[in-house]
Design a binder for this molecule. Structure first.
Ligand code: UD1
Ligand code: CA
Length: 462
């Protein structure tokens, strides 16, 4: 078993993204770039992990605080070699090997890293770098090999001759170094190059000059080692991740009407025979059951949807749970831990927040239900509003099983409507309603006979 220490370079600004947000915090498939990198390396069980931060260091550290890693601060950022120098206190005294990853190469897989590390261990090399072949290698460092095919050095695109630029094998920015060997050359780097930076890549040439053995592990899947340097590269990777996810879902029995316009994060699960229509967004670990239909323009985030649920067009469902056989939408908004029972119906323009609705309950049109506890078989009439907020605090509305709430009623919380009661349409309810009672809370109607006709006649005379 290799003694592996992990160093992730993440101090760069990402100038080409033209962003106030540090590059490694830009999101790919719902997660910051750097989290993808950390997750890929975890299965290799490194004995310690350090992230080199610099540009907006505190912001990056805060974003990674939950992962329990170490940090080294590189200020100013004078290149990838300088980043490794600055972190010397973290790695130089350790035994074994140093795996160096780039915070901006997010799609690297644990499998490829394992193969790189295995080859490194078996070949007894001083350094093993990860390379790949690209049709368009613009911007990448090229791997220069000698006549015998052994790795000689890496030349950065900006420093390369035309002939070197024609080389298609590129450096992925991922390396495994023997710690004592790297320690010997890391301080010998020079910034005498076109970017006036200390290149980590020069360590390869320096080790080679010392007759050390250099290996390269060629990664067949070029996309795995694509770096993110611009917004278009970010979009390109997003597309790759998305396609892969949709392909997997389709293999698992999900119908995706148009894979070009379905957006499903890798953390999401969808059961077989479910159908995803165009422009559906499924995010943040959402779990969709079997045989569901998710119609166009729906976004579901951090939610659970039971089997056989139909979500009609243009709904937003966040942090909520819809149980089996229910129908939601069109144009419904569920949020903040809302739970909808089974075989329920939530219709047009209904907003439900932090509420629980029982099985077979209906709220079919134009309602706001907030902080409510609603039982089974309840009919919530069109336009019903829970008045849950008094300007200072939120209050609960309780509606028990079998209640019928007439249209355009307001329920002023805290208030309880007991089992089987009726609320007359247009009522403003501010007192509890007993079981099986009828509550009418609206002003009495007065009909003034002939009033309208007389009004018209008097106008005509003027
Ligand atoms: C680097 C490699 C290049 C390789 C490419 C692969 C060097 C000199 N070049 O180029 O050979 O083909 O990656 O993607 O290493 N960083 C720091 N401190 C710094 C500069 C960078 O921590 O001072 C970090 C960045 O945050 C980033 C990583 O190092 O995560 C790579 O830096 P970047 O500037 O993107 O290097 P490339 O030009 O892409
Ligand atoms: Ca890069």
């Amino acid at each position: 078993m290799l003694d592996l220490t992990l160093l992730i370079l993440a101090a760069g600004k990402g100038t080409r993204l033209k962003s106030a947000l540090p590059k490694v915090l830009h999101s790919l498939a719902g997660k910051p770039l750097i989290e993808h990198v950390v997750e890929a390396a975890l299965p290799l069980s490194p004995s310690a992990t350090c992230v080199v931060v610099g540009h907006e260091a505190q912001q990056v550290q805060r974003a990674l605080a939950h992962l329990g890693l170490e940090f080294a601060v590189q200020q100013p950022q004078l290149g990838t070699g300088h980043a490794v120098q600055v972190a010397g206190g973290f790695w130089k005294h350790r035994q074994g090997d140093l795996l160096i990853l780039s915070g901006d190469v997010p799609l690297i897989s644990a499998r490829t890293l394992q193969r790189l590390v295995d080859q490194h261990a078996q070949s007894n090399a001083s350094a093993t770098l990860l390379s790949t072949r690209l049709v368009d290698a613009t911007g990448y460092g090229r791997v220069v090999r000698d006549a015998a095919g052994a790795v000689e050095r890496i030349v950065e695109h900006k420093d390369a001759t035309d002939e070197e630029r024609r080389l298609s094998e590129v450096n992925a920015g991922i390396y495994c170094f023997s710690i004592p060997d790297l320690a010997q050359v890391i301080d010998a780097l020079s910034a005498a190059n076109s970017q006036r930076e200390f290149y980590l890549t020069d360590c390869i040439g320096l080790l080679r000059e010392q007759k050390k053995r250099i290996g390269a592990f060629l990664c067949e899947d070029a996309w795995e080692v694509s770096g993110v340097n611009s917004r278009s590269e970010l979009a390109e990777l997003e597309r790759i991740v998305r396609r892969k996810k949709l392909k997997q879902l389709m293999e698992d029995g999900v119908t995706v009407i148009d894979p070009e316009s379905a957006y499903v994060e890798p953390s999401v699960q969808v059961g077989p025979d479910s159908v995803l229509y165009p422009n559906v967004f499924l995010e943040k670990g959402t779990v969709i059951g079997a045989s569901c239909q998710i119609y166009p323009n729906v976004r579901i985030s951090a939610s659970k949807i039971g089997d056989g649920v139909v979500v009609l067009d243009s709904c937003l469902i966040a942090e909520s749970h819809v149980q089996a056989g229910s129908q939601v939408g069109p144009f419904a908004h569920l949020k903040s831990n809302t739970v909808i029972g089974s075989k329920a119906r939530i219709g047009n323009f209904v907003e439900i927040k932090n509420s629980r609705l029982g099985d077979k309950t209906k709220a079919a049109h134009l309602s706001y239900l907030g902080d409510a506890e609603i039982g089974q078989d309840v009919n919530v009439g069109a336009g019903t509003i829970t008045c849950n907020y008094d300007g200072v605090s939120k209050h609960r509305t309780i509606i028990e099983d079998g209640v019928f709430v007439g249209s355009d009623s307001q329920l002023i919380a805290p208030v309880t409507v007991r089992r089987g009661a009726y609320i007359a349409a247009g009522s403003t309810i501010d007192q509890d309603v007993p079981e099986d009672a009828l509550a009418i809370a609206r002003s009495q109607q007065v009909n003034k006979e002939h009033w309208a006709r007389k009004k018209r006649e008097s106008r005509r005379k003027e």
